[in-house]
Write a protein that binds this ligand. Structure first.
Ligand SMILES: [Zn+2]
Length: 123
């Protein structure tokens, strides 16, 4: 199940139907399932002094990033959603921004499977 060389790194597979989905798609073109992803906090920032500058950085990225106030709470909690409903391409962009700001987050793929990995749609 590998696409043309060089493309599999940027594409993902829909868990609903197993077809390749463009990284900028919000819904699967084959089965219409939502394929947006979330960015979640992996390492919480507990100290307010450390958290404030990170929350400002986050807010400075603009929508859909949370505002300074809204960003405070998720940053304290492991696994909480910082950004919701992104395309895979947007999620990777924001992940890079957050990583540069030393906010440790990961992409919760939801309905998407990595095109380079095995597809496990069986129950
Ligand atoms: Zn699909």
């Amino acid at each position: 199940m590998r696409g043309p060389a060089g493309e599999e790194g940027s594409r993902a597979i829909c868990r609903g139907c197993g077809e390749l989905v463009s990284p900028t798609a919000r819904t699967c073109p084959h089965c219409s399932r939502s394929v947006t992803v979330d960015l979640r906090v992996r390492t919480p920032i507990e100290g307010p002094r450390e958290r404030y500058p990170e929350a400002w950085t986050l807010a400075g990225n603009g929508p859909p990033s949370p505002s300074f106030l809204d960003g405070q709470r998720p940053l304290t909690e492991r696994g909480s959603v910082l950004l919701r409903g992104l395309t895979r391409a947007e999620a990777l962009d924001h992940e890079a921004l957050l990583t540069a700001a030393r906010i440790d987050c990961d992409v919760f793929a939801g309905a998407l499977a990595d095109a380079t990995g095995p597809v496990s749609s069986d129950p």
